[in-house]
Design a protein around this ligand. Structure first.
Ligand code: HEM
Length: 392
């Protein structure tokens, strides 16, 4: 599965998805501008929409209340719970695995869940197959799997179904929570917001929206995106792994089967890597004195993990975040409400392995006259085109 995802989510394979990422950036900016109170929901909708389009070529979601999102939410809820170290007694007493299902409630329940979700997720996968057979063929992760066939990628239909679902699970909350952190940090760091908007003003102007062709000319916005990911990683403890063999680290034995949790949070704040101000939020750390990016290719943080299991979706995530953050900065000013104390950045909320900012109030203002109309027209056109093409 790793190999298949690496190929399909590699930088070169992502160009066909730029339009859907830009479309969602436009819709999201419109929604946050016109309905700022529900911004958390809009972020989740936009993120779910991008990933469902990537995986199944699904049309842009009009609302978060969609059967695909409900199905994925239910599956994710169960999967996240199961993935938390210590939540299953069998991890502590592996012998429990050999107890017959008849005596073992957790085994019966997880088998029933697996069957239920497999059949529901398979429907989505088969939907792509049907569309391909009827001659409608557009880029998507599942379409490529079906096109290549198991002889090329080595996955059965059921494994392909679960490969897509795993990607959804890995991509959804991580990306959405990073966008929530972006909004929250912009009210904490108005000077950073201003610098990023000055750059966008100079490069993009007001008569058109930001696009992927601008990204090479927006080093400060790129540095800002890197710094958000470094400073507030949405999965600060990464994903737990188990050692497959006995190992030694600095003379200490790590027995085979140990659960290893990497503190991405601490690595991202290592003064040996980031200097004495590693604890500070400072996008400039990713820039050379002349304002160009220090490292065009590298991330500048360890938020996507490291080594053999590093996040395969990091290029997709970086691109989605960059266009969404650029679009939001182009369209709106994000301010703290007058007279209201905003929560401190350290009051983050942990949900499973994910961290999100505390609930906060903010004021969203259009950055210039006419921006709302421009976004609305573009958004209406995106939905109209999807309807005209009969996309569901
Ligand atoms: C800000 C967004 C994201 C963050 C912070 C993030 C972070 C991570 C981390 C920490 C891991 C575990 C690495 C390890 O085990 O050492 C991971 C794995 C993974 N991520 Fe992401 N991710 C993000 C977005 C995405 C997206 C958009 C996709 C797909 C489109 C994706 C797909 C995956 C997959 C499939 C894995 C499992 C890889 C494996 O086990 O070999 N992620 N991600």
């Amino acid at each position: 599965m790793r190999r298949v995802s690496e190929v399909q989510l590699g930088l070169k394979s992502l160009v066909p998805y730029q339009d859907l990422q830009t479309d969602q950036a436009i819709i999201l900016a419109y929604e946050i501008l016109t309905d700022p109170k529900n911004r958390a929901k809009h972020i989740l909708r936009a993120t779910a929409s991008v990933i469902l389009s990537l995986l199944y070529d699904q049309a842009p979601l009009k609302s978060l209340n969609d059967s695909s999102v409900n199905l994925m939410d239910e599956y994710l809820h169960k999967a996240t719970r199961a993935a938390q170290p210590g939540n299953n007694l069998v991890e502590i007493f592996p012998v429990l695995e050999y107890i017959p299902a008849y005596f073992s409630k957790w085994k019966r329940e997880s088998t029933a869940d697996f069957r239920k979700f497999s059949s529901m997720l398979e429907e989505k996968y088969m939907g792509v197959k049907e569309r391909m057979l009827s001659g409608e063929q557009r880029s998507s992760f599942c379409a490529t799997l079906l096109e290549n066939g198991p002889e090329k990628h080595g996955l059965s239909d059921l494994e392909s179904v679960w490969a897509a679902a795993t990607i959804y699970g890995a991509a959804y909350e991580t990306t959405a929570r990073t966008l929530s952190w972006f909004l929250f940090l912009m009210i904490h760091f108005p000077d950073v917001q201003k610098k990023a908007q000055d750059e966008i003003e100079a490069v993009v102007g007001r008569s058109r929206m930001p696009s992927f062709s601008d990204m090479n000319h927006l080093p400060y916005v790129r540095a800002l995106t890197k710094e958000i990911l470094r400073w507030r990683p949405p999965a600060p403890m990464g994903v737990p792994h188990a050692s497959t063999e006995h190992d030694y680290y600095e003379g200490q034995l790590i027995p085979k089967g140990s659960i290893c949790i990497s503190s991405i949070w601490s690595i991202n704040r290592d003064p040996e890597i980031y200097g004495a101000d590693a604890e500070e939020f400072r996008p400039e750390r990713h820039l050379n004195p002349d304002g160009t990016l220090k490292d065009e290719k590298g991330d500048g943080h360890f938020t996507f993990g490291f080594g053999r299991r590093e996040c395969v979706g990091r290029h997709f995530a970086n691109k989605a975040l960059l266009i969404e953050i650029s679009m939001l900065l182009w369209a709106i000013r994000i301010e703290a409400p007058a007279g209201v104390e905003i929560p401190h950045v350290s009051e983050d909320i942990g949900e499973g392995v994910i961290s999100r900012p505390p609930d906060f109030d903010c004021v969203i203002e259009p950055r210039f006259e006419g921006v709302g109309v421009a976004l609305k027209q573009a958004r209406d056109m995106i939905f109209q085109t999807a309807d005209d093409n009969g996309r569901e």
